[in-house]
Design a protein around this ligand. Sequence first.
Ligand code: N7H
Length: 494
Amino acid sequence: MSTPTIPPFDPANVQGDILAGLPKRVQHYLLFQIGPDVRAFRKRLAVLIPQITTTTQVVGDRAKIAENKKAAADAGKAPGLLKLSGVNIAFSQFGLTKLGITDNIGDTAFVGGQLNDAQNLADSGVVGSDGKFIPNWIPAFKQQLDGVVIISGDSELTVTATQAIVKGIFNVGAAKATMHEVQTIKGTVRPGKEKAHEHFGFLDGISQPAVKDFDKCPHPGQETVRQGVILCGRENDVDARTKQPVTRPPWALDGSFLALRFLAQLVPEFNTFLEQNPITSTGLTPAAGSELLGARLVGRWKSGAPIDVFPTADDPAAGVDPARNNDFRYTFPDDQTTQDRCPFAAHTRKTNPRADLEDPPISVSNENRRIIRRGVQFGPEVTPAEKAAKKTLHERGLIFAAYQSNIVNGFQFIQHSWANNQNFPPKASAGVPTPGFDAIIGQDGNAITARTLVGTDPSNQGAPLALVTEWVIPRGGEYFFSPSISALKSTFAL
Ligand code: N7H
């Protein structure tokens, strides 16, 4: 039997958020249900397809943004924002079923849905009278969601206008509605100097895998993954454990799974914890010791500079320099046996352990565990009243959105088997104490005892640090599939 040939990779067939990232200052996630008339929805979807932003278009938009910045710099001016907007769409298993698409897409996490996965992810919640686990999520995510439309742009005005066009196509809210808006989650990039920093203050979105034959010039230290790690049906779309190709329907080619998480962040509480637990054993002032603790919990200074390379003091220029901010593998002398530079349980080390797994004695490739992180912040800046009260009064956090060809390999595994697993990375053979929880996202459900980790104090590396509370609280999420443009036309729309 001959193997079907896979058509050459065409970025115009891939939705734009996956490989290139829709440019955004504002991003809305319109969570929807299909219907009541499914056939009418499919017809309207055909009208939406030309509005969907492809990877080719995003690459063009990003080139325009770069030109605009350069022209402004040449003229000695601050660049204005270009008016740009982007639209992508993705469907849950509920959505596929409603559309009558019955093929098994080959991802058990996606098929089961995230609500059914919440207990396994160790979100907090209660067991209902029917024995079913109910996480502490907002109502929107506890009901059936068939899909999400992602709308991005340079401003609230642009995004609202594009969203009105999308809603008009599906007659949302009108008598002949073919789509019901469950809720729109609104994200905004933080203002001023905090742009690209998440709410705890750390520069985010630095370490992404480069995708083979798409990202042409990887930066130093940036690992390249084969396309099938992110896009279904391409090279190396395999089960991470067995290394066997995953069987998927032909229309899944060039689609990608989207793990969406609505994560609240308790910023004043996080800052208070840092203030109360400064690392002073190295002779630092309390303020500097608190900053060092934050950096050792995350794995990077707020500037983005990696602590594996800059263990004692920040280097803000390196933090924003793509030639230097990713150029590390936890392979400095003693990196594998001591936590002098970076705790084993630091967030970046837990979620991408680099040499901890890839080099001897373990020598396991991380390639199929890599994800591309998009997403955006939600909620207001911390107010003076919250600062004074040292307490969160307005919900804020991260709309975490990660793409991968396989949720079981990617997001689910990173959260469940790395971040929440106190024994990861496995260091017992090196005589190192159990690393403990990922300090940022590690969770243990409803446990009453505090989560702990070791290695935060470089002078006393075996000492456990109890994390009094969780600062990242899951408030919802769903698993979606972002189909290729050709699949949308052939299989989803009428
Ligand atoms: Fe994380 N943070 O501010 O502390 N993350 N993350 N993340 N994260 C990263 O390298 C953060 C979350 C990953 O390759 C940085 O881009 C916060 C989830 C991965 O070195 C910072 C939240 C998952 C990486 C943060 C959150 C991940 C990464 C450093 C929740 C997956 C790349 C900047 C509110 C389950 C690691 C950078 C590498 C980096 C933060 C969530 C995964 C600053 C606040 C849920 C794979």
